[in-house]
Design a protein around this ligand. Structure first.
Ligand code: ADP
Ligand code: PLP
Length: 291
């Protein structure tokens, strides 16, 4: 696994990443994370906004503007001016038709790396804006990823396994984590990073990374006893930042886990930190050091 390098960075070339995520006005997540993190890794981030939110959906009374209807014209305009893209990185989506637009991007840029963070659920619960049709479309998209980064609930949804009342939690064995990674690879994902395995009584949080022709390895960090919104987006953005800097997938997984851990400590020093989303701005220099 340590040898797997998914992007070869050539000299002074600035890779271009299409970031297909929502934009949140308040509560740091999605594009608010992807743009600064990937830019610090020397990438040109080209946003494809899947929705405009007043805040992330953990706040009450959020306002959302659905961008689905404009995306086909938005991407057609890119085609007309000859935009080149090296990676398509998708996350939070607003409607199943947005999966079709991501497939349009794959067709426009067949050589681009396909990174799918299948944001749709956590801790056995589907996010409030996700319909069953959107979950099905996301599950199909996930199976075509070069890099797929599900949490355990998302892995279960993609595999058609039960969540909800039957949900087993994050305390799963190494064998079960290996089974899930293998099953996702069998379904078509080339590399899988299974996130957030946290066992009762343990002080670490584990991620498992595996893929086609690669043995699955575990990478862990100290577990911090609180949760924040946006850490999944920060994790995937840091992972891709390291990959686009030419690091191996295992190095990228270590970098992302360390960065999110450190950002969670920075976040806890901010007022009302449990609501506002993850804070990482003072740490962006660490991303620049990837180059
Ligand atoms: N409490 C925590 N302590 C340390 N690291 C964490 C913690 N929560 C999340 N992380 C890191 O961030 C990664 C993404 O986790 P999470 O935010 O739960 O993803 P998602 O939002 O997709 O469920 C984890 O796999 C882990 O590496
Ligand atoms: C609008 C929106 N985008 C993205 C996310 C993803 O957040 P996370 O990185 O915690 O999975 C959330 C979760 O609250 C959200 O509400």
């Amino acid at each position: 696994m340590s040898e797997t390098t998914l992007y070869q960075r050539e000299g002074a070339y600035i890779p271009r990443v299409a970031a297909v995520h929502d934009l949140c006005g308040y509560g740091k997540c999605s594009l608010g994370v992807a743009i600064p993190v990937l830019s610090a890794a020397g990438c040109d981030v080209c946003p494809v906004p899947t929705g405009l939110f007043s805040s992330h959906t953990a706040f009450p009374g959020w306002y959302m503007h659905d961008t689905t209807d404009m995306l086909a014209d938005y991407l057609a305009a890119w085609k007309n001016i000859g935009v080149e893209i090296d990676a398509v990185y998708s996350g939070f989506l607003g409607a199943p038709e947005q999966v079709d637009r991501i497939r349009d991007l794959y067709a426009m840029y067949p050589a681009a790396l396909r990174v799918v963070d299948p944001v749709m659920a956590d801790h056995g619960k589907v996010y409030p804006t996700y319909t069953p049709e959107l979950c099905d479309a996301m599950a199909e998209l996930a199976c075509g990823a070069d890099i797929l980064t599900p949490n355990l609930t998302e892995a279960a949804i993609i595999l058609g396994e039960p969540i909800g009342e039957d949900w087993g939690g994050t305390d799963i064995s190494d064998e079960e984590a290996h089974r899930l990674v293998d099953a996702l690879v069998t379904k078509g994902a080339k590399h899988v990073v299974l996130k957030g395995i946290q066992r009762e009584g343990e002080t670490c949080i584990r991620n498992f990374v595996g893929g086609v022709d690669a043995e699955t390895v575990e990478v862990h960090n100290e577990y911090l006893p609180y949760m924040l919104h946006g850490t999944g987006d920060l994790y995937a953005s840091c992972l891709l930042a390291a990959v686009m800097a030419g690091r191996s997938l295992e190095e990228a997984v270590r970098f992302a886990g360390d960065f999110v851990h450190d950002a969670m400590i920075v976040s806890a020093q901010q007022p009302e930190f449990r609501d506002r989303g993850v804070s990482f701005e003072p740490l962006l220099g660490k991303v620049c050091e990837l180059l």
